[in-house]
Design a protein around this ligand. Structure first.
Ligand SMILES: [Zn+2]
Length: 332
């Protein structure tokens, strides 16, 4: 492909990104979300899944691709071509990779010397020069690589949007592309920005998002309100992460087998009566722990006392009980 050869774009260019470029369909309504023209599509396989398929975007684009290309595509074919998943960078290297590809594509579209391209280059250069800082910040904030890609994405979107509305170049608002302040903040480890919920790292530690008023670009008021709304949504969520009591005892007869369904032992999730008592105590054995291998309630489990290795006698009783359950489940 031309893009790959001439511009050294090194990504599994998704159909969606390709089509976005092809159709020059570079942004759309949802101004707080990455659009179809975004570094989040220019990923390597190791990047984390962004989550849901941007279905709306992909449908929009499928339609315009079909109309613009004039190719005899069916709706289904066009949709297939534009189906893609956004990926989140897990590491500064992956962020760099996405941004480099984004830079190269911008070079292709607008040229190397343009403001968009050169400002993305500022960011990639900064990342290369301050790799250690990026690594360290990522260790405490797993969302950090995504945030870096996101601010670039948002800035480019903002400029494209402004350019679409402008009558000529002088009316375009280029200020978003000035990353100088943001980069200085990164250097002093003070940078932060809001991420859309969908872009968050799954094992997110408690929210560290701070108002982005200092990030160098002012989102409009409406957007900021939306963001505040989103933040408060987050705050209402219980912050205590679920603890897990994990069973390390090697007792295969007590355990669910690999690929075995919970239903094959406990139909409809119901645990039949007769669960053996734990190691001579009054407390019954926790089946999640001893059969499932881990109990998600941990200390809060009513049978938390049994979250420990079974003694020989209990192990034999428990294994008999489980094999009985299995037998009854298969005959019911
Ligand atoms: Zn339990």
């Amino acid at each position: 492909m031309h893009l790959v050869n001439s511009y050294r774009v090194d990504a599994n260019l998704t159909g969606l990104a390709t089509a976005a470029i092809y159709a020059m369909h570079l942004c759309w309504e949802g101004s707080d979300m990455p659009s179809n023209f975004t570094p989040f599509y220019l990923y390597r396989q190791s990047a984390a899944n962004y989550g849901d398929n941007n279905a709306d975007g992909s449908n929009n684009l499928a339609a315009s691709l079909k109309a613009l290309s004039g190719a005899p595509l069916s709706d289904i074919e066009a949709k297939k071509l534009t189906a893609a998943k956004m990926m989140r960078p897990n590491t500064p290297d992956e962020a760099l990779y996405m941004l480099r590809n984004f830079y190269r594509i911008c070079c292709m579209i607008w040229g190397k010397a343009t403001k968009i391209s050169s400002s993305i280059l500022d960011v990639t250069n900064h990342l290369t020069a301050n790799h250690l800082i990026y690594d360290q910040v990522t260790q405490t904030d797993p969302n950090f690589p995504t945030k870096v890609v996101f601010i670039v994405n948002q800035a480019v979107q903002q400029v494209i949007r402004s350019a679409l509305n402008a009558k000529d170049c002088s009316e375009v608002d280029w200020t978003a592309l000035d990353f100088g302040f943001t980069l200085r903040q990164i250097q002093t480890r003070q940078f932060n920005c809001f991420l859309p919920k969908a872009l968050h790292h799954q094992k997110r530690s408690s929210a560290t998002t701070l108002p982005s008023s200092s990030s160098g670009k002012e989102p409009d008021e409406k957007q900021q309100q939306k963001k505040k709304q989103r933040k408060s949504d987050h705050d209402e969520k219980p912050k205590d992460r679920k603890k897990l009591a994990t069973n390390t005892q090697d007792l295969p007869c007590a355990r669910i087998k690999p690929n075995e369904k919970w239903d094959a032992i406990f139909p409809k999730g119901k645990v039949p009566p007769g669960i053996p008592k734990f190691n001579g105590s009054d407390s019954q054995c926790c089946t999640k722990y001893h059969t499932g291998g881990a109990c998600n309630k941990a200390d809060m489990c009513p049978r938390a006392k049994s979250h420990a290795a079974l003694d020989e006698k209990t192990a034999s009783k428990y294994c008999n009980y489980i094999s009985e359950c299995r037998k009854n489940a298969s005959s019911s």
